[in-house]
Design a binder for this molecule. Sequence first.
Ligand SMILES: C[S@@+](CC[C@H](N)C(=O)[O-])C[C@H]1O[C@@H](n2cnc3c(N)ncnc32)[C@H](O)[C@@H]1O
Length: 267
Amino acid sequence: MADLDDLVTAVLATSKYQHISPDLVRRLGAAELGKRPRLKEAVKATKNKLHQIGGAYFTASIDYEAALAQIADGRRRGPEAEKEALAAVMRRHASTNERLPVLAEFYAATLAGLPPIHSVLDVACGLNPLARPWMPLAEDAVYLAYDIYADMMAFLNDYFALAGVPGRAAVRDVAAAPPTETVGLALLLKTLPVLAQEDKTAVPRLLDTLQARYLLVSFPAQSLGGRQKGMVANYEAQFDQWVAGRNWQVKRFEFASELAFLVEKNF
Ligand SMILES: C[S@@+](CC[C@H](N)C(=O)[O-])C[C@H]1O[C@@H](n2cnc3c(N)ncnc32)[C@H](O)[C@@H]1O
């Protein structure tokens, strides 16, 4: 136990992980200590894991105060300038950056034909809540967002306040504590493979727990290093396994950088 406390303290002391969820560090750290009892090696293995599941997506560290000022300035200059400012910030996280070339088409196509959506849950959201202006949701839609970085969640709350988006962002390890709020739509964008890397039981548990009428699930069509042969087919097969036995209606969409499925749950 002393070792686990020391491991958590050591990881949180690094500038890269100072804002990350302590609960997540504790969960992953305990698993790493179970595999290799030496503290130093377990700290290193935990940091590697955190890099794979979160740290690797940052193209550079983000100055959130400057980013918010940039968005506020865009808003003053009008809706197009605001969208440009939002896109510039989304470029800083690899996951939203990859989606930018198809962003308008991505949400227009996948969410077309849905009844008005009044609440959204963005699970392991990254900077995707900044794409709210591209999403065809009801004007008053409440936006709930979870990820593992406290500074990123504080920034998203500041953005919601600035843009008048009702909702909140909060730190949550969604693999250990799947969200339970009832919503119209849950976004699981490029999230399931990351959670499966953390814990093999996380995805079925999350899918069983989510209380959403519709799910938009996606997978990367390229790795962080570039497009890879067979990736789409592999993720599709994996998704089919997760869907098996569930009474779901599924529509498939393929974009240059992302494979997406809109799921309607039949309760
Ligand atoms: C591939 S990115 C996807 C980000 C966003 N959904 C998007 O598509 O732009 C994976 C995200 O999962 C987050 N993440 C990883 N493990 C998590 C966990 N246990 N709970 C919540 N978020 C997690 C990471 O911080 C990262 O933002």
